[in-house]
Design a protein around this ligand. Structure first.
Ligand SMILES: Cc1cc2nc3c(=O)[nH]c(=O)nc-3n(C[C@H](O)[C@H](O)[C@H](O)COP(=O)(O)OP(=O)(O)OC[C@H]3O[C@@H](n4cnc5c(N)ncnc54)[C@H](O)[C@@H]3O)c2cc1C
Length: 333
């Protein structure tokens, strides 16, 4: 027997009143449940089984899986292809779209193609510059940026036409999202940037790694002061840090990632720093879930994907809920 929350590959769920997509991720958010998302690192391979192996590790612990798009400007299997493989078996992917590699003609085509294959969530990004990655000689496109990409996707979805004005016969039913970094300098502009993304169409935000609670609380306060807290679902980015050395390396070399000294000290003083990194995430989750306007957590656990289940299980944020995955026994959520 198939219950209402069960996706059947090829047969989309009905769109509930007040929703813009048939997706389970939007259902979880609008139902007021604490949502969990994680990131799948696309393989350097043409083997679909590598995608499924990387997805299965999250089974039962996440509401949606982000498929990154040339993250760090490095070449991997495309986000669209990863999403197509995931929807084929019923997973709920978030298709990340960066504006670095494709112009508006290609991106609009990908949005329609993704939606046709069952993609219900888009994360609209400007994207990392080519100089950050392994093909610095590549031609950067940036025909659109995150704001104009959001407007483009909203136009396709709500006005049923391309940017050229030409009509489309079936609109993509998608939930639109964007990224934000509460800690990028100048920090006083970050909440305003988020508000601009909401005005351009973002319905959910996934943030960069957050290890500084006072700064995060200040940022959320600014978002509230701007009057957009009720208009967007904010998922706070977190990830397990393997050791003090790794944390030090990340804060020095990864632009925009802010890790306070206290975090590095805690990891350095631990007998098992990898375990401490996961414990830190759990402690952070307990704190952030109490912040007004936080609707979930986005766990980015690059090369430690197996840690996601442990962190989510021990944090208790799912409250006994088991997000759908292929093969899960039917249940009424
Ligand atoms: C959750 C998440 C997922 C991501 N996934 C991808 C991905 O799949 N592919 C990919 O290429 N990139 C990815 N990124 C990186 C992201 O695209 C860059 O960090 C980008 O510079 C800022 O995010 P944005 O794309 O939303 O850009 P926007 O907020 O639109 O910013 C665009 C411009 O604003 C300015 N700006 C923004 N942040 C900074 C900063 N920290 N320092 C200086 N100037 C800044 C710059 O001028 C930048 O070009 C991801 C980031 C996050 C938080």
């Amino acid at each position: 027997m198939i219950f209402e929350d069960e996706p059947v590959p090829g047969y989309p769920l009905p769109i509930l009143p007040g929703h813009t997509s048939p997706g389970r991720f939007e259902r979880v958010l609008r139902a007021g449940q604490f949502a969990v998302t994680s990131e799948l690192a696309p393989p350097d391979s043409a083997d679909p089984e590598e995608v499924y192996r990387r997805a299965r590790i999250f089974d039962g612990y996440v509401d949606a899986i982000n498929a990154t798009d040339g993250s760090g400007a490095n070449c991997h299997m495309s986000s669209l292809a990863v999403c197509a493989l995931l929807t084929r078996v019923g997973y709920a992917p978030v298709m990340q779209i960066s504006c670095r590699d494709r112009n508006r003609i290609a991106i609009q085509g990908d949005i329609l193609g993704g939606a046709a294959m069952g993609v219900c969530n888009l994360l609209c990004l400007t994207g990392d510059g080519v100089q950050a990655g392994d093909h610095p000689q590549a031609m950067p496109v940036f025909d659109l940026d995150s704001l104009t990409l959001l407007e483009t996707a909203r136009t396709l979805r709500d006005e049923h036409h391309f940017l050229s004005g030409r009509k489309i016969s079936c609109a993509p039913r998608v939930l639109l999202g964007a990224a934000e970094n509460p800690f990028a300098q100048p920090t006083e502009f970050r909440a305003r940037r988020l508000a601009k993304k909401v005005n351009a169409g973002a319905q959910f935000i996934q943030t960069q790694f957050c290890y500084d609670l006072p700064l995060l609380k200040a940022f959320m306060g600014q978002v509230e002061d701007l009057g957009v807290l009720e208009s967007v679902f904010i998922l706070v980015g977190l990830g397990p840090l393997r050791s003090a050395r790794t944390a030090e390396w990340i804060r020095t070399h990864v632009p925009g990632v802010h890790i306070p000294d206290a975090v590095i000290k805690r990891l350095a003083g631990a007998a098992d720093s990898a375990l401490e990194g996961r414990n830190l995430c759990i402690d952070m989750i307990q704190e952030i879930r109490a912040i007004k306007g936080v609707h979930g957590v986005h766990l980015m656990a690059y090369r430690q994907e197996e840690a996601v289940a442990d962190i989510i299980a021990r944090s208790g944020v799912l409250n006994g809920r088991v997000p759908w995955y292929p093969g899960r026994a039917p249940q009424v959520n």
